[in-house]
Write a protein that binds this ligand. Structure first.
Ligand SMILES: NC(=O)C1=CN([C@@H]2O[C@H](COP(=O)(O)OP(=O)(O)OC[C@H]3O[C@@H](n4cnc5c(N)ncnc54)[C@H](OP(=O)(O)O)[C@@H]3O)[C@@H](O)[C@H]2O)C=CC1
Ligand SMILES: O=C(O)CCC(=O)C(=O)O
Length: 405
């Protein structure tokens, strides 16, 4: 995804010395996390935390648990966080973490032990004003609670050292829904600029975890029709609209979206992406829209709930075909914005009510959409190039002001 940054660097005429600093990570930590499993066998998991750039503030970014998480992926996602926090004008830098493990293969006790060991092995580079993790793929509020507890055991009680915690432990009411809900706030703000009505729009969502499920719920309240959703096992489709609450219940009960099937049509994840719809929300993993399927996408708008779901080659095809893309660093920025609210509330030992959280979230995301749209209109470019250009200029200014170069 370096190509997106390179294109923005050319667009804003980024100085070479700043580009050199931003072209690699500040720090990359690679750890071994051994776990004695319940059956006595030993699992040696590999974990990573990459801090890309901290010119604008403490490093910030999620932790994912996935069998394919590796240093290259985490490095790319850490850099994405630098641009995302800058675009949203949050006082953070960018980081990301990953643990190469399939959490579904672990018991709850094993998951807790592994998380505590992972937290301790990274704790020397983390901290309230240093680097603040949060949930990402296959991690959630419970994982953040264990992580925070392990970190606090070594450094003293530190709720602000991790965001996305359970509300009982200082989590912000609203953070859990913030990425999916924020995605819909971003879409609403963009739709206003395009004079586009969201009511009655047919929506397809790939991935029905934290981001996909909250986006679906929020879109339903606006009168949109969710016609297909999926998870790892594949998808369900109904042209008249799915019963989203039923799907949410099936997944919350530990099942998959297919368990909500009441005569819906089954679709594969590949078929789902090319269904005829108005809005496509990839909200699973990266790299699902490629040069191989971009020509077949039938949505008018792609809203990137996931990080890096559209490859640069596919992005060019979508742009040529006039398909609008709301890029990840804007579209899923509600999550880290909500984390910022949680962090500030923890530092002040104060808690907002959820309606205030949501109003502040909407306000910040509206502002970011309007900045991106205005830049794109002025420079006749895509929203992605506009978003990266704004972010890059902000980070470059901070790099210079802090004397990094
Ligand atoms: N959580 C957050 O606050 C933020 C998340 N994001 C990004 O959003 C995306 C989703 O994250 P999140 O919702 O938190 O993760 P979750 O782990 O909560 O959910 C991921 C969803 O994607 C599905 N999925 C995983 N792999 C595939 C696949 N190969 N094909 C289809 N579906 C798949 C999962 O299915 P199953 O349940 O069957 O495994 C699950 O439904 C990620 O790219 C993440 O980086 C971005 C910003 C913030
Ligand atoms: O909430 C956060 O701090 C980070 C969320 C994240 O990892 C992301 O936006 O990709």
């Amino acid at each position: 995804m370096r190509l997106y940054v390179d294109a923005a660097a050319r667009a804003v005429a980024l100085e070479e010395d700043v580009a050199d600093v931003l072209g690699s990570s500040y720090r990359e930590v690679s750890v071994q996390v051994p776990l004695r499993r319940d059956d006595g066998s030993l699992l040696v998991a590999h974990g990573y935390r990459v801090q890309h750039n901290g010119a604008r503030g403490p490093y910030k970014g999620g932790l994912r648990y996935h069998p394919e998480a590796d240093l290259d992926e985490v490095r790319a996602l850490a850099s994405l966080m630098t641009w995302k926090t800058a675009l949203l004008d949050l006082p953070f830098g960018g980081a990301k973490g990953g643990l190469q493990v399939d959490p579904r293969q672990l018991s709850e006790g094993e998951l807790q032990t592994l998380t505590r060991k992972f937290a301790l092995s990274l704790s020397h580079v983390l901290g309230v004003y240093r680097d603040i993790p949060a949930p990402d793929v296959n991690t959630n509020a419970q994982v953040m609670a264990w992580f925070m507890d392990a970190y606090s055991g070594r450094h003293g009680y530190s709720p602000a050292a991790v965001t996305g915690k359970p509300v009982d432990l200082g989590g912000a009411p609203g953070r859990e829904a913030a990425t999916g809900r924020g995605l819909v706030y971003v879409l609403e703000a963009a739709a206003r600029r395009w004079s586009w009505d969201l009511a009655g729009r047919r929506v397809v969502i790939q991935g029905f975890g934290n981001v996909g499920s909250w986006a679906a719920r929020e879109l339903v309240t606006l009168g949109a029709r969710i016609i297909a959703v999926s998870d790892v096992g594949g998808g369900i489709f109904n042209d008249n609209g799915l019963d989203v609450e039923r799907v949410v219940e099936a997944v919350a009960a530990g099942g998959s979206v297919a368990d909500a099937d009441v005569g819906y049509t089954k679709v594969s994840n590949e078929e789902l992406l090319t269904l005829d719809c108005d809005i496509l929300v990839p909200a699973a993993l990266g790299g699902c829209i490629t040069a191989g399927n971009a020509a077949d996408i039938r949505a008018s708008v792609v809203v990137e709930g996931a990080n890096h779901p559209v490859t640069p080659a596919a992005d060019d095809v979508l742009a040529d075909r006039g398909i609008r893309v709301l890029p990840d660093i804007l579209a899923n920025g509600g999550g880290v914005t909500g984390s910022y609210f949680e962090w500030t509330q923890n530092i002040q030992q104060f808690q907002w009510k959820e309606d205030r959280f949501n109003a502040e979230l909407r306000d910040r995301l509206d502002r970011a959409v309007n900045e991106v749209a205005a830049y794109a209109e002025e420079h006749a470019c895509t929203y992605r190039l506009a978003a990266y250009s704004i972010a890059l200029e902000r980070v470059a200014r901070a790099v210079r002001l802090r004397g990094y170069v």
